[in-house]
Design a protein around this ligand. Structure first.
Ligand code: SF4
Ligand code: SF4
Length: 100
């Protein structure tokens, strides 16, 4: 099984200091990641304006407490692993932020 080796437990330059406002409340669409397609390249982490992308066990995921649904990660993903889905169709909205 592939394993994420990229450390994302620090703030990216672009998302520094963004964790004061729950920007996830503004979101109307949500990034869904296909973990089998994720190449662990971290491009999504680099471009995310709220530093919501992080390395999970086998792929990159979004912290939905802060993801504002801009779609930049999906647009930049070279593997086409991220799909933006309307919140109304995505199921329950997580409210707990990932521990930082
Ligand atoms: S940009 Fe795509 S392939 Fe790269 S880590 Fe993010 S989800 Fe995975
Ligand atoms: S849609 Fe992607 S790039 Fe935009 S805030 Fe959410 S995780 Fe970050």
């Amino acid at each position: 099984m592939k394993r994420a080796r990229f450390r994302t437990d620090y703030e990216s330059p672009i998302g520094k200091g963004m964790f004061k406002v729950n920007t996830g409340e503004w979101r109307y669409q949500r990034p869904i990641t296909d973990e089998d397609r994720c190449r662990l390249c971290a491009a999504c982490w680099l471009v995310c304006p709220t530093n919501s992308r992080y390395a999970a066990e086998t792929h990159f995921e979004s912290d939905l407490a802060y993801c504002k649904g801009c779609g930049m990660c999906a647009n930049e993903c070279p593997a086409g692993a991220i799909t933006m889905v309307e919140e109304a169709k995505a199921g329950a909205k997580p409210t707990e932020a990932r521990a930082r």
